[in-house]
Design a protein around this ligand. Structure first.
Ligand code: ADP
Ligand code: XUL
Length: 512
């Protein structure tokens, strides 16, 4: 009986699988793999390899292949994978995988007796894949914007001004600096479409949701833009494959999944998408104004809009899985910044939460600029970590300072974008911490509700898999409602307490 749907998520730090009952859409099993802990042979920290001298941040694509194989092996211990009707996936956005012509045959011929990663070693024209934390492409962004008529023109066309982590500028840098390796690159895939290719046993197309994070997609026509592609690299359009809708059924699972993991041969594979678009489905964002706060390695805040919204200053417009849009703001200083403060004072998450509980909203007008790493969307004059009024040894003040700083920074970007929030649905690793959600409710002055399935990207992918059976989007959006926890309401008086702190923050952060 094929009564399950599967969602997979290859995020920055982990690979997660969520299986749902295909009728009730309720979660029935989960499994996860942490890259640093479970695949130490790759030597990653936080899922990536240490920053290069020019801001390069790479991850080994073979680690993702091993991650997929291992998460399926773990899930198989809990459920029979032969029960899965359809599978869809999610991945960290913007990262790019460079494949040689030999990749097609390697994908088609995966032999079940050996781990798939070992059979794909010769498939790559570049061993590392640049990921969304990479910030080495300032010159490429300038060149792309210049070719398209300036940042506003790039945003009007692609939904975002040229962004350092976006795939177009990343490809441009590679093609420019390593022309021989570029000549050896037959196809480029996103992390999402690379992993979909493994499930399919042949190269899979990228979906429109993840394709809109590349600076290459014309949002109006939903096709690659010739001028943007030409500004990045020769013959780029040909090396990308035409993008497809997020609910496109691509085919059936490859034979290696049947023989190695027990999938049914007729299990269908849908396009994979980016983690933020998938989370939008997992959190049920389907009406104008529905908004989410995702607290993973990156912190993102995104709001749903059916018709295309204006691109938020310092932000993006992505196509959402149901064909609508998401206005999105991203902060690279998410969990890793919170961890840096936690570790500075040798705390665990319980101790961090206790520090938040001991300090009042507004932190007695003391602030922390939390930019541990370069932060797009913030004035470069304010780069770095800076405490104002906070003593270096004030652990409690620093814990509140980093979280309030992150949310105050996002809040003023929300205000600038003219986004009106009625409430926020929270997801990501740090959403497990109620003290952090309380700070979010206080800073944004809206109720915050967490989804009990922490990885809503994998959940959203699993829900999207139901589209293979023609399940209406409305059903999928409604499926998240029973999974939402009770709301965390703003602390009475917190709005006032935070007003002065917000003004001090804005001055320190370099606002005019
Ligand atoms: P990603 O999807 O980007 O790989 P996750 O959403 O899985 O990341 O979140 C991982 C992060 O969650 C870790 O880096 C950790 O800092 C954070 N995290 C996990 N548990 C807690 C907690 N109780 N409080 C705060 N942060 C937490
Ligand atoms: C969004 C972004 C990150 C990654 C990793 O634009 O860069 O949120 O998707 O989660």
């Amino acid at each position: 009986m094929r009564d399950l749907l599967l969602g997979l998520d290859c995020s920055t730090q982990s690979f997660t699988a969520v299986a749902l009952d295909a009728v009730s859409l309720a979660p029935v099993a989960e499994a996860a793999v942490n890259f640093d802990r479970d695949l130490p042979v790759y030597g990653t920290r936080g899922g990536v390899l240490a920053d290069g001298p020019e801001g390069e941040v790479l991850a080994p694509p073979l680690m993702w292949v091993d991650g997929l194989d291992l998460v399926l092996a773990r899930l198989r211990e809990r459920v029979d994978l032969g029960r899965i009707r359809a599978v869809a996936g999610s991945a960290q956005q913007h990262g790019s995988v460079y494949l040689r012509a030999a990749a097609g045959a390697a994908l088609a011929g995966l032999d079940v007796a050996r781990p798939p990663a070992r059979q794909l070693i010769g498939a790559f024209s570049r061993t590392g894949a640049p990921v969304w934390l990479d910030h080495s492409t300032a010159a490429d962004c300038a060149a792309l914007d210049a070719a398209l008529g300036g940042p506003a023109a790039t945003a009007a066309l692609t939904g975002s001004p040229a962004c350092q982590r976006f795939t177009g500028p990343q490809i441009r840098r590679f093609a420019r600096r390593e022309p021989a390796a570029w000549a050896d690159t037959a196809q480029v895939r996103l992390v999402s479409s690379f992993l979909a290719s493994l499930l399919l046993g042949r190269l899979a197309p990228s979906d429109l949701g993840d394709a809109s994070g590349m600076n290459l997609l014309d949002l109006a026509t939903r096709t690659w833009h010739g001028g943007a592609c030409a500004a990045c690299a020769d013959d780029l359009g040909d090396r990308l494959g035409a993008p497809v809708a997020s609910d496109a059924v691509l085919g059936q699972v490859a034979p290696w999944l049947v023989a190695r993991h027990g999938f049914a041969a007729d299990c269908r594979v849908l396009a994979w998408s980016g983690d933020n678009p998938c989370s939008a489905t997992g959190l049920g964002l389907g009406a104008d104004g529905d908004a989410a706060l995702s607290l993973g390695t990156s912190d993102t805040l995104f709001a749903y809009a059916g018709a295309r919204p204006a691109t938020p200053p310092g932000g993006h417009v992505f196509i959402s899985p149901d064909g609508g849009h998401l206005a999105l703001l991203c902060a690279a200083n998410g969990s890793l910044a919170r961890e840096a403060v936690r570790d500075r004072f040798r705390l665990d998450w319980g101790g961090f939460a206790a520090a938040l509980a001991r300090t009042p909203p507004g932190n007695r007008s003391r602030i922390l600029l939390p930019w541990f790493r370069p932060q797009e969307g913030e004035p470069s004059s304010a780069a770095g970590v800076r405490a104002v009024g906070l003593a270096a040894d004030d652990a409690d003040g620093w814990c509140r300072g980093v979280v309030e700083g992150q949310f105050l920074a996002l809040r003023r970007r929300v205000t600038r974008a003219g986004l009106r929030l009625a409430d926020l649905r929270a997801t990501g690793g740090a959403a497990a911490n109620p003290a952090i959600l309380q700070v979010a409710a206080d800073v944004f002055q809206v109720p915050v509700r967490r989804n009990r399935v922490t990885n809503t990207a994998a959940l959203g992918a699993a829900l999207r898999a139901a589209r293979a059976d023609g399940r209406p989007w409305g059903d999928l959006m409604a499926a998240s409602a029973p999974l939402l926890d009770a709301q965390v309401a703003p602390t009475p008086g917190s709005g006032q307490a935070l007003a002065l702190t917000a003004a001090i923050f804005a001055r320190a952060a370099g606002d005019g």
